[in-house]
Design a protein around this ligand. Structure first.
Ligand code: GDP
Length: 361
């Protein structure tokens, strides 16, 4: 399954956030390298529709989609040169499908900052520079071979041009993800290089309560990383939230003037940048959100439930979530009102589709 690697400088609150994400109790230590072994946390994708459906179809069982986070060891300057834990760090990032960069924006004199001061822009620069240098190394290593292959017509001039274009972007200090979002390069053209900075990025700013409601600061930090997504959360507050039962947690959120927890936001944005979406099934046995890639067709979606469903696919009976709720979950009403759609092999799945697949065995 696809994973999001959590990275950041030491002491920025990665462990605190990761532990809150997974609700486990690995100690958050106040020193670098505390999180050397990559840990995996699988968290539910928040989806308010599921309990609504469960009520309508009278089931207790809800199975949400999930988002997988991997906590990656704290990066240090010089990682790209294989210094210290550098190699391991880069290898772990290479395995992740997206990068969640945790950046410290909270001030606390008791908690040492590795660079001596709290400076989000500088911290992002430190991390991204290491990733960019590692990518430049990848390209330097690939180019001699590529030029030989070009002479032997084993690769196209367009491909070599795209690689050189990527090199220029990186040399200018920009990540490939950033450049791609700005329309400067197409990631697909250089997919074969598997560059670290071509992975989608999310930035999580770990802030204190005062900063959380400081619109000016938020705008400044949002602009700093745009068009990548920025999420603002207080890791300590999120950790405290996970200690409470649901009702108390909701009350604590409301008291803080928040509609949803930062971790829920992170799970949703993370799921989205991985290129994933869900479709729904609702029956007496269970209500479930199934994870597929954006753009998948009905037979591909069927294959997620069972390979037989894909092989023997005949059609998909689909009703939208809104129509299902409007009809109080009554299939008769849905059919009478012409809201049940029969979709074939080429149908591209849409978010909120409630599906029943028809298939041959
Ligand atoms: P990591 O090295 O990035 O994993 O950082 P940790 O999660 O271990 O956090 C480092 C220290 O900062 C710990 O003492 C945390 O309790 C503290 N910390 C984490 N998040 C916050 C926060 O939002 N505000 C404040 N004041 N302290 C925090």
């Amino acid at each position: 399954s696809l994973t999001i690697g959590i990275v950041g400088l030491p002491n920025v609150g990665k462990s605190t956030m990761f532990n809150a994400l997974t609700r486990n109790n690995v100690l958050a230590e106040n020193y670098p390298f505390a999180t050397i072994e990559p840990n995996t946390g699988i968290v539910p994708l928040p989806d308010d529709r599921l309990p609504v459906l469960a009520k309508l179809v009278h089931t207790e069982k809800i199975v949400p989609a999930t988002v997988t986070f991997v906590d990656i060891a704290g990066i240090v300057k010089g990682a790209s040169e294989g210094e210290g834990l550098g190699n391991k760090f880069l290898a772990n990032i290479r395995e992740a499908d997206a990068i969640c960069e945790v950046v410290r924006a909270f001030e606390d004199d008791d908690i040492v900052h590795v660079n001596g001061k709290v400076d989000p822009a500088d911290d992002i620069d430190t991390i991204n520079t290491e990733l960019i240098l590692a990518d430049l190394q990848t390209i330097e290593n690939a180019l001699p071979k590529l030029e030989k292959e070009l002479r032997g017509k084993k690769v196209t001039p367009e491909y070599v041009n795209a690689v050189n274009e990527a090199k220029k972007i990186l040399e200018a200090g920009e990540t490939i993800d950033h450049a791609a979002q700005a329309g400067k390069i197409n990631k697909d053209d250089i997919y074969d290089l598997h560059l670290l900075t071509a992975k989608p990025f999310i930035y999580v700013f770990n802030v204190d309560d005062a900063e959380l409601s400081n619109e000016q600061l938020r705008k400044k930090l949002t602009d700093l990383v745009a068009p990548a997504k920025a999420i603002f959360l207080n890791a300590q507050f999120e950790a405290d939230l996970t200690e409470l039962d649901e009702a108390d947690a909701r009350e604590m959120l409301e008291d803080a003037g928040l509609k949803e927890s930062g971790l829920d936001q992170l799970a949703r944005v993370g799921f989205d940048i991985l290129g994933l979406q869900t479709f729904l099934t609702a029956g007496e046995k269970e209500v479930r959100a199934w994870q597929i890639h954006k753009g998948w067709t009905a037979p591909q979606a069927a294959g997620v439930i069972h390979t037989d469903f894909e092989r023997g696919f005949i059609k998909a009976e689909i009703v939208s979530y809104d129509d299902f709720v409007a009809a109080n979950g009554s299939m008769n009403t849905i059919k009478e009102e012409g809201k049940l759609r029969l979709e074939g092999r080429d149908y591209v799945m849409q978010d909120g589709d409630i599906v029943e697949f028809k298939f041959n065995v």
